[in-house]
Write a protein that binds this ligand. Structure first.
Ligand code: URA
Length: 236
């Protein structure tokens, strides 16, 4: 390798450029220098910026703030909700209203939190007016952000809360009562669907059902050696 080629390769690596695999990696002839191709390096920050600026669907006209998500990288649990509500739209953060406080209780009961072990986001990053269900075209436009987040975050498990995000991962229309209680898989990541915290607040009969789903999720992590025993009630 001559001196010029070596420094070009170093520059490519530093800038995140990729040596074009269709051309010789270290050409001896420095005149044929079409051997670097710029590669887009994705990042959570970049996705967040794109979400803030997004105008791919009509929800950008009614939102106050888009809500990319919050939490830690390589989370033990990636929580995926449906879409921001009124509180989230005001603050630009996911699950910060009543349902969010209840979700935090669920996580705490498992020994987890959005500060150290969890990432929380939504299938749709902008609030649908009056909290209506997201339209299929809105899901189609917005879900690539979630796909990219999953690729970068590398979550150990995914907890989908509510019918809409659960159905999205499973493909097709589903009722929660038909799909919860089992573990599915998305790109090799276990997916546990359960009810939305807001639905459980409205219907406390769902509490034991959700607790069973959450314990299943926890067991998956214990089996992988990623979580210890459940906290006792007094330490939750
Ligand atoms: N409900 C959701 O599905 N997501 C939020 O961020 C808040 C409420």
């Amino acid at each position: 390798m001559n001196q010029t080629s070596a420094s070009d390769v170093l520059r490519a690596l530093t800038l995140g450029l990729r040596v074009n695999p269709t051309t010789e990696a270290y050409p001896r002839n420095s005149e044929s220098r079409t051997d670097f191709e710029e590669v887009e390096i994705d990042s959570l920050e970049r996705i967040a910026q794109e979400v803030f600026d997004c105008q791919k669907c009509g929800l950008c006209l009614t939102r106050n703030a888009a809500v990319p998500g919050m939490g830690v990288r390589e989370p033990l649990v990636l929580v995926v909700g449906e879409a921001p509500g009124a509180d989230e739209d005001k603050q630009g953060l996911p699950f910060v209203g009543k349902a969010g406080a209840y979700l935090d209780e669920w996580l705490k009961a498992l020994g987890f939190s959005r500060q150290d072990t969890v990432y929380i986001t939504n299938l749709i990053k902008c609030r649908p007016p009056q909290n209506r269900d997201p339209h299929p075209d809105e899901i189609q436009q917005c879900s690539p952000y979630l796909d990219r987040q999953i690729a970068l975050l590398k979550p150990r498990t995914i907890l989908t809360v509510g019918r809409v995000p659960s159905a999205h991962f499973l493909g097709g229309a589903h009722r929660m009562e038909d799909i919860h209680g089992r573990v599915y898989e998305f790109r090799g990541i276990p997916v546990v669907p359960t009810y939305h915290p807001a639905a459980v607040l409205r219907n406390p009969d769902l509490r034991p059902v959700v607790w069973k789903d959450l314990k299943n999720l926890h067991t998956l992590l214990v089996v992988k050696g990623l979580a210890g025993p459940l906290p006792t009630r007094s330490t939750r």
